[in-house]
Design a protein around this ligand. Sequence first.
Ligand SMILES: C[S@@+](CC[C@H](N)C(=O)[O-])C[C@H]1O[C@@H](n2cnc3c(N)ncnc32)[C@H](O)[C@@H]1O
Length: 213
Amino acid sequence: MSNKPSLNRFDKIAPFYDGMTKLIFGGSILKAQRIHLRIIPREASILVLGGGSGNWLVDFLKEKPTCKIWYVEASLVMLEKATQKLNFSNNIQFIHGTHLDIPKTEFDVVITHFFVDMFREDQIMELAQQMSAKLKINGVWLVADFVNKNYWHRFLLWLMYRFFKIIDAIDVKSLPDWDQAIRSKHFTVGECNSFYGQFIQSNVYSCDKKVAT
Ligand SMILES: C[S@@+](CC[C@H](N)C(=O)[O-])C[C@H]1O[C@@H](n2cnc3c(N)ncnc32)[C@H](O)[C@@H]1O
């Protein structure tokens, strides 16, 4: 991911994003975002990349207020929404930036939900390498995203990628094989769950070999 990514490309859609995904996918997106949060220890340091409006974190933070979160989000409008929703916690640092602006610290947990689908496979491999350097030993990377397993998945993905391209929120035109790209950088999948007719997958990755960047 060497090119400097631009900020605020999700600003236009940010006011409607959560409503739109709820309309299309019902509660499946929220389920996929939350399913693995229960494995996070109470004192964990957590990096959230591209967290959007952050509504999926509200209950988690009420339950585990001692976790420390770095919330890196490229869209200012999304970040403002997250700031408003999560303002009851003193343990979040909000950063208006991208994966190139991650603080120089190591984390117990990294969370990227519906994030890796915006990149090419070679970019995801670079990201995975970056994450392996950022994760502490025994750290985990939680990923929830779409997968392409049959004809109606392909149809919905075609519609979604066209839509996000038209509003100029993303550059890629199709879903990368993000799972393969992540695994290729020494990550192994532990727990995994599917939602919405297996169109959405939530995986817990651990890193077998820490790589220096
Ligand atoms: C598809 S949305 C997903 C939002 C949220 N994670 C969710 O599950 O609802 C992707 C988010 O990533 C943000 N984003 C895009 N590129 C980014 C980058 N390079 N670094 C950090 N955030 C980024 C966008 O602004 C947007 O809010």
